[in-house]
Design a binder for this molecule. Structure first.
Ligand code: PGA
Length: 253
């Protein structure tokens, strides 16, 4: 049976009270596929969301982390700090972090290693800009990201990473990649990953699509062979929209 992960990326949204209410409402949905659902929330709401979701089967996690365990890194949060809260997931290399906060493939690679060593599942984001796609360079660009981001990571660790293909031109723009465009790139990524490791690892890895996924387009995207779920921004902020996407995945089981 196909495995899914439906992951909500709240970005810089929700205060503690609202986050707790959201988690309560999400838990109350009693999803049959709750173990394939997660929310990635601001650091300040992690404890609240984690405690409210306890026993629900729904995962939770952070949107970024520093690769060092501790030290003089003002304003940063380390892997042991996330471990202490008990997070299941952490987003790494989101395009907004790459664009606005100086994230590079080198720091992404260090973050993946640090998270994997702690048993936290990284959700690694890759994807090309509009300029790159218009120049037909998307495959070369994304393959380059995958190769650099996984450098030096052993096969069994690498197979635990969740990859999210998020074309930058589709994020928060309302402009979704068509199911065929998304499938083409997710299949391509699986091939690149299989080339670095092996076919079994490529079959096992979860590859998500992200970029304006919403209730109206989720079923068509999730039905594609190489798309194992979604990383959902805007549509993850309302419980009912997010739940509709979770249900769309459940229907495909
Ligand atoms: P979006 O964001 O669903 O609002 O396009 C997706 C993401 O950036 O992870």
């Amino acid at each position: 049976m196909k495995r899914f992960l439906i992951a909500g990326n709240w970005k810089m949204n929700k205060l503690i009270k609202e986050a707790g209410e959201f988690a309560n409402e999400l838990k109350a949905k009693n999803f049959s596929n709750a173990d394939e659902v997660a929310v990635l929330v601001p650091f300040t709401t992690l404890c609240e969301v984690g405690s409210k979701l306890e026993g629900s089967g729904i995962g939770f996690g952070a949107q970024n982390v520093h690769f060092e365990k501790s030290g003089a890194f003002t304003g940063e949060i380390s892997v042991p700090m996330l471990e202490e809260i008990g997070v299941d997931y952490c987003i790494v290399g989101h395009s907004e972090r790459r664009e606005y906060f100086g994230e590079t493939d080198e720091t992404v690679n260090k973050k993946l290693k640090a998270l994997l060593a702690a048993g936290i599942t990284p959700i690694l984001c890759v994807g090309e800009s509009l300029e790159v796609r218009e120049g037909k360079g998307e495959q070369t660009f994304v393959a380059g990201q995958i190769i650099s981001d996984f450098a030096g990571i052993p096969r069994d660790d690498a197979a635990k990473v969740v990859i999210a293909y998020e074309p930058i031109w589709a994020i928060g723009t309302g402009k979704t990649a068509t199911p065929d465009q998304a499938e083409e790139m997710c299949a391509f990524i699986r091939g690149v990953f299989g080339g670095i490791y092996d076919n079994k690892a490529a079959d096992d890895i979860l590859i998500l699509y992200g970029g304006s996924m919403k209730p109206s387009n989720a079923a068509d995207l999730l039905a594609k062979n190489d798309i194992n779920g979604g990383l959902i921004g805007g549509a993850s902020l309302k419980v009912d929209d997010f739940a509709a996407i979770v249900d769309a995945a459940a229907q495909l089981k």
